[in-house]
Design a protein around this ligand. Structure first.
Ligand code: FAD
Length: 303
């Protein structure tokens, strides 16, 4: 099988999608229905998030493994270093490999309970994501992705330091980067340009960098987006959504329109693949993929 970066560089106007392990059997059933519907559209890969608790970690291995075994979708498993000694991280990487999952998104993660608390590494664990990149490579990962932050990671001193640390992760062996979701795609485009300039200055080859897009289909989803970006909702986004009050249909339609506008801008800028947050549902992603023409050649949405 080819490496993920090769697939991404070959893709033009396509999408990838993110899932999270479900909390219960009902959630898992609905999630798998979403997988089946989105599979029909031919995503380049599906990423599977990694939670703080042990059960949730097992859920990552389980869902990524099921994607590898039972679907045509290539899984990219997130792994974080939170609260785990290196020995446990090795076990997770082995479990993923045994489950047929060879592509990993290597993350430091955030402290359990309070993600904004200062980071404290496990005494026998890892300090930064670059160390997990090396560990994943040692374990034979085929492709290793890392996180990137359009607004800079909240703990970074400034954008220069942030870019340097991103380069450090790529030098450690990562071959693609996935950006935190953007409420304003201009933030992503600035990150893309910063990274391209830094790679060129160091004489390094370009690396695929994917933008994250979440259709704001409800106030609840907007809250999730604000929490993930860790920044205030841009004024122009609030100006468009706030007047819609409790009119859920109007909110959803406007949220989707904004995602379409953002997606079109990214594609016009030559971004080859959009990474879409599914929240374990298929409807909004299907609408975006259909409207933007992101399905793999010959693929159509399920009726
Ligand atoms: P790092 O790259 O280690 O960076 C953390 C901070 O340290 C940054 O300020 C960075 O600039 C700095 N830094 C990096 N390397 C060095 C170095 N060598 N020396 C000094 N400073 C350094 N969290 C989860 O718990 N589960 C998930 O599934 C998950 N998925 C994510 C997916 C994406 C696409 C993104 C963008 C984030 C995701 N996160 C997830 C959140 C992520 O774990 C947090 O944002 C975390 O705070 C940073 O992780 P990182 O891998 O970027 O850490």
């Amino acid at each position: 099988m080819s490496t993920l970066p090769a697939d991404l560089l070959a893709a033009r106007g396509r999408f990838s999608v993110e899932f999270s392990p479900a909390h219960d059997a009902d959630g898992a059933r609905r999630q798998w229905q979403a997988v089946r519907r989105l599979e029909r559209l031919g995503p380049v890969f599906a990423s599977v998030t990694y939670g703080a608790g042990g059960g949730s970690r097992d859920g990552t291995v389980e869902l990524a493994g099921r994607l590898a075994r039972e679907s045509s979708v290539r899984p990219l498993a997130h792994v974080t270093a939170v609260g785990q000694p290196v020995a446990d991280l090795r076990r997770v990487l082995d479990d993923l490999a045994d489950a047929g999952v060879r592509d990993v998104l290597a993350l430091r993660g955030d402290p359990d309970g309070d993600p904004s608390a200062p980071w404290v590494a496990h005494p026998d664990g890892l300090e930064h994501a670059d160390e997990l990149v090396r560990l994943a490579r040692e374990h034979g990962a085929r492709s290793v992705a890392v996180a990137a932050f359009p607004l800079g990671h909240p703990a970074s001193r400034d954008l220069d330091a942030d870019t340097r640390h991103l380069l450090g992760k790529l030098r450690a062996g990562a071959d693609l980067a996935v950006a935190q979701l953007s409420l304003d795609v201009e933030d992503f485009l600035r990150l893309r340009d910063r990274l391209a300039a830094a790679l060129a200055a160091d004489g390094l080859d370009p690396v695929p960098l994917l933008p994250g897009l979440l259709p704001l289909t409800s106030r609840k989803v907007l809250d999730v987006a604000a929490r993930l970006t860790g920044a205030p909702v841009p004024a122009w986004v609030a100006d468009r959504l706030d007047p819609l009050g409790e009119d859920r249909d109007a909110f959803r339609a406007e949220g989707l329109r904004m995602a379409l506008e953002g997606g079109r801008r990214l594609l016009d800028e030559g971004v080859p693949v959009l990474h879409l947050y599914s929240l374990n549902r298929s409807r909004a992603v299907t609408e975006l993929v259909t409207e933007l023409g992101l399905a793999a050649p010959g693929r159509v949405p399920a009726p």
